[in-house]
Design a protein around this ligand. Structure first.
Ligand code: DHK
Length: 144
């Protein structure tokens, strides 16, 4: 049976490829989806989702409790603000990998803290969209 990796994306990532390309690059979320799928091992698939709404992301994390074998999440700005997303991830019992397209540590001080990192099994920042591919590969190797 195919195992599904949820690839969750937070606010403004629907504009990937259009907003601040000097920071986030020119590729779109569709390219991210294709890249993630191409990096899945046999027996795995991905479900890529994006929302600008915190509650929707929390609902998807709850859904993932019974529907996903792992979560790859770029919470975008919610990384730095959302105790609620952290709490939802703490109720998810399989691997969680946190991804940031940009190197958040090289940017404003408010981006240096992540609530999600308190739960994440791995954190990737600054690899551009290749960070998603690395996260998917890591999940597949962790879960065999
Ligand atoms: C994306 C965002 O939208 C920012 O709010 C984060 C993250 C960084 C990224 O690099 O993917 O601070």
């Amino acid at each position: 049976m195919t195992r599904t990796i949820y690839v969750l994306n937070g606010p403004n990532l629907n504009l990937l490829g259009q907003r601040q390309p000097e920071i986030y690059g020119h590729d779109t979320l569709k390219t991210v989806e294709d890249l993630c799928r191409a990096n899945c091992a046999e027996g795995f698939d991905i479900r890529l989702l994006q929302s600008n709404h915190e509650g929707q992301i929390i609902d998807w994390i709850h859904e993932a409790r019974h529907a996903a074998c792992a979560i790859v999440i770029n919470p975008a700005a919610y990384t730095h603000t959302s105790v609620a997303i952290l709490d939802a991830l703490n109720a998810f019992e399989a691997p969680v990998i946190e991804v940031h397209i940009s190197n958040v540590h090289k940017r404003e001080a408010f981006r240096h803290h992540s609530y999600v990192s308190l739960r994440a099994d791995g954190v990737i920042a600054g690899l551009g969209i290749e960070g998603y591919a690395a996260a998917v590969r890591r999940v597949c190797s962790l879960l065999g």
